[in-house]
Design a protein around this ligand. Structure first.
Ligand code: FEO
Length: 392
């Protein structure tokens, strides 16, 4: 492959995964995902994160070609999740004297993955500097962005932040690697937010702590381990992460509905019409049985308000709505206005279960739930007027 240089002796060595259907066997990948790895071929060489195992056939040979007969000295493991550490075993086989660089938590985890002696690890912490020659690596521990051992590596000569999952995105890199080579808004912004809200969003307060640690550090490049590399406008990636981790939203309503025979869905459409009549232009109705929860959660993260509606199902909530509620409880989007609705035929339970869920969230209820028996009519849906009035 053609060499891709980030800056001076820093090479991009990533790959695209267009085969996998589900990231972490859970999150749909209609646009694929990239795994990014970076090689610094300085007086001493260092590889920053690897790839998912088996995702690039020529990975080891490409490293050897760039090193041109020299040893690979260090493998920096910013994050142990196997989409980034998956090729470490192969590297240790090829370079048996390779030193594995990580913090105390990384090393503890790595010991359970790679059977290598303790002396082969190099433990670093905040403030440790690894001098490669021209390039100097500094380490910033950023726990829970996205696992407890996660850290970032900052190269201080050329001001490059290797941020691993942070600032990452779903979506393969289709020719363009850098932010100035892609149409970010068209191709990546939604996928970056879907990645953030579902993978990292639970740890938003830890993202803010990481920002505090990075404050004042000059950043010319942000090199995440998924998605585009930022060199033209790294401030944009920071601004997006800052907004999402502060739970800032834009005016709009997500209506997520579970409906077996169309009655509850009819309620969703009626509510949406009333809300649109109030001048609200951003309204998205999602059928939870059709759209994967990650897309719904991404839009809930983006917009200020949500309506959750479910038919009754075995005196509870519909199973697909139960799944969405579970995921919402995990990632915990904040600062939302909400209302609930639902229908039933012979016994309630859908709306009641939604109320029990919503009480666990830190959201603001704007109106009483709208619940009806049988088929909807205008009189039964009168309660939506108050919802429409107050939802934004
Ligand atoms: Fe991309 Fe937390 O792994």
């Amino acid at each position: 492959m053609e060499k891709i240089i980030i800056s001076n002796k820093v090479h991009y060595l990533g790959t695209n995964d267009r085969r996998k259907h589900l990231f972490e066997n859970n999150w749909p990948l209609p646009q694929g995902v990239s795994y990014n790895s970076y090689l610094i071929a300085d007086d001493k060489s260092a590889l920053i994160d690897t790839l998912e195992f088996g995702s690039r056939n020529d990975y080891i040979e490409s490293i050897a070609e760039i090193l041109d007969g020299k040893e690979l000295n260090y493998l920096i493991i910013n994050h142990m999740e196997p989409d980034h550490s998956g090729m470490a075993g192969m590297l240790l086989h090829r370079y048996p004297n390779l030193r594995i660089v990580g913090n105390s938590k990384t090393i503890k985890m790595a010991e359970t993955y790679f059977k290598i002696p303790k002396e082969q690890f190099l433990e670093v912490t905040d403030g440790t500097v690894l001098d490669l020659g021209y390039h100097k690596l500094n380490f910033v521990l950023t726990p829970w962005v996205h696992w407890p051992e996660t850290m970032m590596t900052y190269e201080s000569t050329d001001s490059i932040l290797f941020s691993c999952d942070a600032f990452g995105s779903f979506g393969t890199l289709d020719g363009g690697i850098f932010d100035d080579q892609i149409d970010f808004e068209y191709r990546y912004e939604d996928e970056m937010r879907r990645y953030y809200s579902n993978i990292v969003g639970k740890y938003s307060n830890m993202v803010q702590k990481a920002f505090a640690k990075l404050e004042g550090i000059p950043l010319k490049f942000i090199c995440p381990s998924h998605g585009p590399v930022w060199r033209e406008n790294p401030g944009k990636a920071i601004a997006l992460y800052n907004k999402w981790s502060r739970h800032e939203s834009v005016p709009g309503v997500v209506i997520a509905v579970a409906s077996m025979y169309g009655n509850t869905e009819e309620m969703a459409d009626y509510a949406a019409r009333l809300i649109a009549a109030k001048g609200i232009k951003n309204i998205r109705i999602y059928d939870v049985s059709k759209t994967h929860s990650s897309y719904i959660i991404s839009d809930i993260w983006k917009f200020s308000s949500l309506l959750l509606g479910s038919c009754a199902y075995n005196t509870g909530v519909h199973p697909m709505m139960a799944n969405l509620c579970h995921e919402l409880e995990v990632v915990n989007p904040k600062n939302k206005k909400y209302a609930l609705f639902g229908s039933y035929s012979w016994s309630g339970g859908g709306v009641r279960t939604l109320e029990q869920f919503a009480e666990k969230m830190t959201w603001q209820r704007v109106a009483d739930p709208v619940e009806l028996i049988g088929v909807p009519d205008l009189a039964k849906m009168e309660g939506f007027r108050s919802v429409a009035e107050n939802i934004i």
